[in-house]
Design a protein around this ligand. Sequence first.
Ligand code: ADP
Length: 364
Amino acid sequence: MNRLWVWISVVIVGVVLIVTLFPFVYRSITSDMPPRQAYGIPFDERNPEGFNPDEFREVIEMRFWTNLSWTLAVGAVVALIAGVLLTRWLVAPLRELEQGARAVTEHQWDYRVPVRGSAEMRSVALSFNQMAAELEHEETLRRNMLADVTHELRHPIHIIQGNLQAILDSVYPLSMEEIDRLLDQTQDLTSLVDDLHELALAEAHDLPLHKQDTDMNELAANAVDVFLPLASHNKITLTTDIPSEPIYVNIDSARIRQALQNLLGNALRYTPEGGEVKVILGRSEGSTLIQVADSGVGIPPEDLGKVFDRFYRVDSSRDRELPGAGLGLAVAQAILQSHDGRIEAQSPGVDQGSTFTMILPIEG
Ligand code: ADP
């Protein structure tokens, strides 16, 4: 029971007990002494053991005031010592928190406070450290973002520039094929800029949503239909497990379809020939679940938590050969979060497939 209220109560009860018990302790110490010695009354030859009646009232008064003074003095000293110790014990973690807050304000993102003191203080310190870790992570992402955006934009721009220059220098002919290639590059640029724009809107909670009751069965089936030609081209079996009774959820269907298509696109991209991709629709504890499970390259456990970060790609040498900038999952997660939902990633490991689950609250 390392709780603040327990410690304060123990100290208060301790002081009250000492103050209350002191007169009894004092009395038990002095009870064996002759009365005159116990109360500090000068020895009287005529009456060596007791008091004469005139002295009686005086003795009672003296005894009362002596006891009261000692009790108050001992109580004050004990309360003072206990108060100083308790306050120091209480204030030490608060000072460390204050230092931590100042350090984080000065952008020392790796600063963490020691977790100690009462249960409440430990909980505050833990929350503070969690907040600092989250800020540190966000700061790293923010710093990487600019470098990544520049890098991703530079690649298609260089290709467009180089090819146009080659056409001007008559190195390449001005053919429809070449124009088509250039158009592809501009489309990559457009989708990159669109993804970045959507992410920025979603993170600022400004993503416009046009919600309406949507039949999820139809939405999932339509999204799968779009990918059937690609699946057959890649020799991948694309199947569905969709219940017959409709599941209605209040969502922006275009955005949720886009999130599902990002997951499906990934599943087909990261599953080799002969593999399987399955879309499963179901319900669980007030939520609608849409799973995209594949038998593809899988995700190492240490990367599972990072795949939703902007521009994160698991194995850059492998992924670099495949299209995509590492924004698809970040955009899909942002869309789900704007619907009060989320996406979870699971994978038993490399080459053992992956399952991405979109979780949407039923009320949408
Ligand atoms: P990308 O455009 O690179 O696919 P995403 O944000 O969609 O970007 O995915 C981030 C990374 O997560 C990918 O580069 C890939 O390494 C990994 N990933 C996503 N989906 C899968 C999947 N179904 N199987 C294996 N790895 C995946």
